[in-house]
Design a binder for this molecule. Structure first.
Ligand code: NDP
Length: 311
């Protein structure tokens, strides 16, 4: 029988246990505290903040299933075995939660909520009317599990949506771009830019001073991916010059954002504490059980990480 080690956070262990056993009663799910022989483990459910630190002892594992969508911390683990596949978390709850966050914050940028609140604080009866969403250009950087769903929902809300990815995509009602030219177009032609690409050596500081200078004046940036995608000093400069009207940042280079950091109090910045979305055991258990079934029936795993590309 397949033996699965839960290596997530203690506080979510009961929820995971309940959700997994509901779908697969009798699943051999073990907790690190149970001290079973490490070589008897087939699949590890891994979370960087969980208790599994040294993976060298799990000599027979068939796969490491990340409980997070982002895998840069997993790839940074020095004890990561070279052989077994690493699996990203893709699950409906995580995807839908992210789409809620993105659509909410795109609408907020579109409607000029930050500007209205600044007017209200100064008791100004302003006259700003946003354009219709059909006339608003939104660019989504990263068209993976999360970016695609968000882009589709934005298109349903009638925004003019473009998306950018490494490989060319074909998504109804979304103008799909890729490559260096595509990047240039996505940052030049959109008034609201959403970041949903992984942090890799290629995407680190993707949004630097040069990129910011190409964006339209008064652009809105929403980063729900990883803090390392943005050069924060360059962003602050662009916020101060008005090039960037607002930045909604769910992720920072250093988390939690340090006390006294300039971003905390900048009037154009909305900080959310890395809560854009989260893996939900009740929906994510389906993904995990599917991976276990695939292992048992010799089918290829889903959502494999490419170690070379870093996502
Ligand atoms: P995926 O791996 O499914 O998608 C990544 C997308 O980014 C793909 O479209 C990929 O292109 C594109 N991409 C990667 N590298 C490049 C590059 N160099 N140039 C152009 N495009 C690139 O990831 P998910 O959609 O599942 O998640 C995206 C990120 O969201 C995660 O890595 C994580 O960091 C973040 N996240 C944040 C959360 C939060 O609460 N703030 C919660 C969950 C995730 P291609 O399709 O061609 O491969």
């Amino acid at each position: 029988m397949t033996r699965v080690l839960y290596g997530g956070k203690e506080e979510t262990s009961e929820a995971w246990k309940r959700a997994l056993l509901a779908l697969r009663p009798g699943l051999d799910l073990v907790m690190p505290a149970e001290n079973v022989p490490p070589e008897s483990i087939d699949i590890i459910l891994y979370e960087p903040s969980g208790p599994v630190k040294d993976m060298t002892v799990y000599r027979n594992i068939a796969a490491i299933q990340s409980l997070w969508a982002g895998v840069e911390a997993l790839l940074d683990n020095d004890t990561l075995p070279k052989g077994p596949p690493l699996l990203r978390m893709v699950e409906d709850g995580l995807t839908e939660g992210m789409t809620d966050y993105i659509t909410g914050h795109v609408l907020r940028a579109h409607l000029g909520v930050v500007r209205q609140q600044a007017d209200q604080a100064r008791e100004i009866w302003g006259s700003f009317n946003p354009p219709l969403s059909r006339d608003r250009h939104v660019g989504v950087i990263g068209l993976g599990a999360l970016g695609q769903d968000a882009a589709k929902m934005l298109a349903k809300l009638r925004f003019r949506v473009s998306g950018w990815s490494r490989t060319q995509k074909d998504i109804a009602d979304v103008r799909c771009l890729c490559g260096t030219d595509g990047f240039d177009r996505i940052i030049r032609e959109n008034e609201i830019i959403v970041l949903l690409a992984p942090l890799t050596p290629e995407t680190e500081n993707l949004i630097d001073e040069k990129a910011l200078n190409k964006m339209p004046h008064g652009v809105h940036i929403i980063n729900a991916a990883r803090g390392g995608l943005i050069d924060e000093d360059a962003l602050l400069g662009a916020l101060n010059s008005g090039r960037v009207a607002t930045a909604t940042l769910d992720v920072m280079r250093t988390e939690p954002l340090p006390d006294g950091h300039t971003l905390w109090k900048h009037p154009g910045v909305t900080i959310t504490p890395h809560i854009a979305s989260v893996t939900r055991p009740e929906s994510a258990a389906k993904t995990v059980i599917e991976q276990i079934k695939r292992f048992e029936t010799g089918k290829p795993f889903l959502h494999k990480v490419c170690r070379e590309k870093g996502y």
